[in-house]
Design a binder for this molecule. Structure first.
Ligand code: HEM
Length: 537
């Protein structure tokens, strides 16, 4: 490895320093021309009209007119922080990833916590999943662990993501309701998607109301792969554990806070770092040998399933400390671009169909959100180690590539970077053997939608169960269609009869009889013929 690829805890900060600008004292235009009056536009006489030649006015106004970029299509509201990651002991047995080898090395990180549904300006304390995305600026390139604060997801296949997000975002005709799961479209969709029931249990629980971003767990959700120097692969699940422990607000608190201090979680993170109370998270991994892939009664490629810690314990391998607030919200927190496809040698994907679809979606969305193909050059997104390739031009290109050639193969040299087959440290995709027919079908091994939801319900204390039932009453109580409420009770009944009876009682649905769990259930039969509004009074 070249010395110029080395990074340490301060590498990213030093790189960012080259882009920082003090505000300065004397006003100039973008061309550096000093300006003596920014309060009056250039006019003909005292009462106008304003002259087109007023370049200072035009530049100031044009820039302002273009200050907004599209918010993220999901996870629009977030808060970021800088810090470092340090592994406790070498993970060489499992992975060759350089940043997981040396316990003395500190890898710079940037983390963004977020809500999922609300707009950029929505309240922090809502019932929602929280994003937990970490960018590691390693000496082998950028690695992103783009996780959530819940270990499972709503859907099993990425092709359902646009449907899921359409259903949970405000309704398209009137943009009501904002930032809440409490509405007809969402529960209509969920009531027809039994695979979402495990995640729904997490969303109705106190996990959806974190007290602080410093007090949340994080999960990579999907099964990934670790590959060691010898080329041996193992499956891995990633976990973040907060050093402060996990704490939640209660429903009454979140509702009041959303009104009184919509920045509650953002402020808490900022203030803690300003006061030197640096948030710390330990990274844990569950490692599964390849030969054990099929030994579970669920599929480890199914993102609606956890691997219970009793079956595969979480091994704590390192810690992350967040010790610096961003200098500029827009430049860093807003423009940062995470992508589950940003991996380094030693970490690879699995065939989880949700992960596979995510690998397409992030770059695609960032091309429009960040204005074209050059957003990897935005300071917060830059790799801390050198970047050389033949990509050129495009909107807002910053790099001035020298040399006469920019294609491969080439015999003229001229500064053109070439792929080096001799570089044993280069990323090589894990050579997994796969074969099969092209089919549009969900694997039968993904069909049990209820066992782990039951496991979750059974693991709750009685106070936690009360909170889940109250949450269901609040959310489903606002659903105007009885058929949807009925279908939800039927799904809860597949999880636990007691749960279903308690939910039914609060939303105008008759208490259901116990049923045997249907482990292979597909969507309930649809009949909207009798769908009439019937709000719970
Ligand atoms: C953000 C797509 C599932 C975690 C995003 C964004 C998109 C997206 C388009 C906006 C990115 C941007 O504008 O920079 C998808 C798709 C999914 C999926 C298509 C499923 C098919 C998940 C899952 C997780 C997750 C399962 C957690 C493991 C996040 C996080 C962010 C995000 C944390 C915010 C990153 C940030 O702070 O900038 N997702 N997502 N997503 N997603 Fe996903």
């Amino acid at each position: 490895m070249n010395d110029d690829r080395r990074v340490d805890e301060h590498s990213k900060d030093k790189q960012l320093e080259t882009f920082r600008r003090e505000t300065g004292e004397e006003l100039t235009t973008n061309q550096g021309v000093s300006i003596d009056d920014t309060d009056n536009s250039l006019k003909v006489g005292e009462r106008g009209p304003t002259l087109l030649e007023d370049f200072h006015f035009r530049e100031k106004m044009t820039h302002f007119d273009h200050e907004r970029i599209p918010e993220r299509v999901v996870h629009a509201r977030g808060s970021g922080a800088h810090g470092y990651f340090q592994v406790y002991e070498s993970m060489a047995e499992y992975t060759k990833a350089k940043f997981l080898q040396d316990p003395n090395a500190k890898t710079p990180v940037f983390v963004r916590f977020s809500t999922v549904v609300g707009f950029r300006g929505s309240a922090d304390t809502v019932r929602d999943v929280r994003g937990f995305a970490a960018k590691f600026y390693t000496e082998e390139g950028v690695y992103d662990l783009v996780g959530n604060n819940m270990p499972v997801f709503f859907i099993q296949d990425a092709i359902k993501f646009p449907d899921l997000v359409h259903s949970i975002k405000p309704e398209p005709h009137n943009q009501i309701p904002q930032a809440s799961a409490a509405h007809d479209n969402f529960w209509d969709f969920i009531s027809l998607m039994p695979e979402s029931m495990h995640m729904i249990m997490w969303v109705l629980s106190d996990r959806a109301l974190p007290r602080s971003y410093r007090m949340m767990e994080g999960f990579g959700v999907h099964t990934f792969r670790f590959i060691n120097e010898a080329g041996k692969a193992r499956f891995v699940k990633f976990h973040w554990k907060p050093k402060l422990g996990m704490h939640s607000l209660v429903w009454d608190e979140v509702q009041k806070l959303a009104g009184k201090d919509p920045d509650y979680n953002r402020r808490d993170l900022w203030n803690a770092i300003e006061m030197g109370e640096y948030p710390e998270f330990e990274l844990g991994v569950q490692i599964i040998e390849e030969e054990d892939e099929h030994k579970f009664d669920f599929d480890i490629l199914d993102p609606t399933k956890i691997i219970p810690e009793e079956m595969v314990p979480v091994k704590i391998i390192g810690k992350m400390v967040l010790n610096r607030n961003p200098d500029n919200f827009f430049a860093e927190t807003e423009q940062v671009a995470f992508h589950p496809g940003h991996v380094v040698p030693g970490i690879d994907f699995s065939n989880d169909p949700l992960l596979q679809g995510r690998l397409f979606s992030y770059l695609d969305t960032q091309l429009i959100r960040l204005g074209g193909p050059n957003f990897a050059e935005i300071p917060i997104n830059r790799s801390a180690c050198p970047v050389h390739n033949n990509q050129r031009d495009g909107y807002s290109r910053q790099t001035i590539d020298k040399g006469r050639t920019n294609y491969s193969p080439n015999s003229l040299g001229g500064g053109c970077p070439m792929a080096n087959p001799e570089n044993l440290r280069a990323f090589t995709h894990y050579a997994e053997k796969v074969e099969g027919h092209k089919i549009r079908k969900r694997s039968d091994s993904f069909k049990d939608h209820f066992s782990q939801a039951t496991l979750f319900w059974n693991s709750m204390s009685s106070a936690e169960k009360d909170h889940i039932v109250s949450a269901a009453h609040f959310e489903l109580g606002k659903v105007q269609y009885k058929e949807i409420r009925q279908r939800m009770v039927d799904l809860f009944n597949q999880i636990d009869n007691e749960l279903a009876k308690r939910v039914a009682k609060g939303i105008g649905i008759p208490e259901p009889q116990p049923v045997a769990q249907n482990h292979g259930q597909s969507s309930p039969a649809l009949s909207m013929e009798n769908t009439v509004k019937d709000t719970v009074s």
